[in-house]
Design a binder for this molecule. Structure first.
Ligand SMILES: [Zn+2]
Length: 279
């Protein structure tokens, strides 16, 4: 987590980016690695300011917006300071997913009041480019997201993170009662606005709802803030990028959850020698 002085720095970076754009430089200063190292081959590059002429044609607010997105939405290798927070929490000692295969995303988001907030998310490199694109689009279209913090801010405790309505991705774990790595354990599943979009299933006749306290939001016909539903912008962007929504599952309902399909993740599991383990 970055602390202090970020907005002053952001404004300076924005100005630097704008000048770079005016003088024909590339918009992105942030990426520490070649983009192909950061994103999978199929991922799209973030928006760039192409030419001085194009920059001049933009109104002041649009130019700010272009620069702002280039400077504030990017992926990087996991910095040491972030990895120190992950170790022993979301990233246990025996985690078979190499640190080098994970990325730290820097994102902006707006809450329900329209206030811009900074977000940080850990994900697998295969979806880093997709998530940068998706969260840029959500931000530019004012889609409200309350907070985006790594689960390590909650000691790696998924329940606490969900109760706090936190949006997150990577948290290494096995699927319960199995030896198979879960999709959050691979960093290829994202939970959005978790308190208002609970997980639920019936077990032994009892309805289980997570996080606790979110029972009221099982009524998906009701109107309430941060609700994800089929056809909305969030659903549209994730499904366009090849994700499946847990809200459309048959028995289990996981309204907060978007994940890559098994056809993609089985390849990753094979890579991590975790494909043949029975559940
Ligand atoms: Zn999930």
């Amino acid at each position: 987590m970055r602390k202090g002085g970020r907005w002053g720095a952001a404004a300076l970076l924005a100005l630097a980016g704008l000048l770079a754009g005016l003088y024909g430089g590339a918009a992105g200063i942030a990426a520490a690695l070649p983009r192909e190292e950061l994103y999978a081959a199929e991922a799209k590059a973030p928006a760039e300011t192409d030419s001085p002429a194009e920059t001049e044609a933009l109104t002041e607010s649009e130019a700010w917006s272009e620069t702002e997105t280039a400077e504030n939405f990017y992926a990087e290798m996991i910095p040491d300071s972030v990895f120190e927070q992950m170790a022993g929490k979301s990233y246990p000692e025996d985690c078979p997913v190499p640190r080098e295969d994970l990325r730290c995303l820097h994102l902006l988001h707006k809450n329900l009041q329209g206030e811009t907030k900074e977000g940080e998310m850990i994900c697998h490199k295969t979806i880093a480019g997709d998530l940068v694109d998706i969260f840029q689009e959500l931000y530019l279209k004012d889609y409200p997201i309350e907070k985006i913090r790594p689960v390590d801010d909650y000691g790696g405790d998924d329940e606490r993170s969900m109760e706090d309505d936190n949006t997150s991705c990577f948290n290494y774990r096995l699927i319960p009662y199995s030896q198979r790595i879960s999709k959050h354990g691979l960093g290829v599943a994202v939970d959005i606005n978790t308190f208002y979009n609970p997980y639920t299933r019936v077990a032994d006749g009892d309805r289980i709802v997570q996080p606790s306290g979110s029972e009221a939001y099982l009524d998906r016909d009701a109107s309430f803030p941060y609700k994800i539903e089929e056809g909305d912008l969030c659903w549209q962007l994730f499904t366009d990028h090849g994700f499946e929504w847990g809200g459309s599952w048959e028995n289990v309902k996981d309204y907060q959850h978007f994940e890559l399909p098994d056809s993609v993740t089985d390849q990753l599991l094979k890579q991590y020698n975790n494909a043949d383990v029975s559940e």
